[in-house]
Ligand binder design. Sequence first.
Ligand code: NAP
Length: 300
Amino acid sequence: MRRLLITGAGGFLGWNLCSLLAAEWEVVGIVRSRAAALESVRGIVLDLTDSVRLRQVFHEVRPDGVIHAAAMAKPDDCELHPRESARINVDTPILLAGLCAQARIPLVFTSSDLVFDGRNPPYREEDPVSPVSLYGEQKARAEAGILERYPDAAVCRMALMFGDGGPHGESFLGPMLRAMRRGDELKLFVDEVRTPLWGRDAAMGLALALHRASGILHLGGTERISRYHFGLMIRDALDIRGSRLTPSHQRDVSTRAPRPPDVSLDISRARRLGFRPTPLMEALQRLKGAWQSPRSGERA
Ligand SMILES: NC(=O)c1ccc[n+]([C@@H]2O[C@H](COP(=O)([O-])OP(=O)(O)OC[C@H]3O[C@@H](n4cnc5c(N)ncnc54)[C@H](OP(=O)(O)O)[C@@H]3O)[C@@H](O)[C@H]2O)c1
């Protein structure tokens, strides 16, 4: 079996990747503080910003492919920790690109729709980047650095993701569902539009990229929807009574990182490669079905 190195293996996307790919690959997962997501995955504890150890581990593991899903993934955290976030979000992926280029193995990097300012959606791969937050800027710098060192790498810009994240990871859906069930008021933006993507589909898109793509690839969902309308859909699909969703505007809520209004992704290129994301309502109903099965405790 060929060996796949997945970084961020304890995180939300890492769990989805490990769940999907552990049957096809011998998966080695890099984790930092959380445990490896699956028993079938060999976990290696490593702070990826330790470049000496990262080189050592890379040469010891001798992977046949790498999916890099580790990051400081919350824009507000990046604004709060600019130097630390630059190390993991920019320096580490560029170092990995050099290692993969030398070893001539495929590399998939998880970038973000937040490389765009949200004023000219939907965005295609060739549109110029225009980040408004430090996180978006770091992803854009990483993309450029990776492709300079390794033009055959696949740089996948991920849309907002939702779904199950395994025992340790979670998407924004987890805190949202808990708040909805408690009956807390949730202020959700009507003027922030995304193309949300089910984590399971995201993993499938990245697997496709590993086999078939190089350069930039947009991986988003099928629908353009505001946070507020997505909240209503989640409430209805999961039948959460007593939730209080209040429509609000970006200007009403202050956040540390600036937020672009509409970073909808055009996924035509991924579609041509065979990417078929699940419609939102269907994905939510399938999540509900999985959570209600007697074998699985509800995680979100
Ligand atoms: N979630 C989304 O909606 C979304 C949207 C667009 C793009 N993305 C991108 O998709 C990727 C995966 O995101 P996610 O939602 O799965 O994030 P996540 O759940 O926060 O997982 C990220 C993982 O990276 C690990 N990590 C962070 N710093 C590290 C370090 N110095 N050394 C080793 N591991 C480190 C974390 O480990 P610890 O927890 O142990 O620190 C965590 O498990 C990221 O590149 C993110 O920027 C996510």
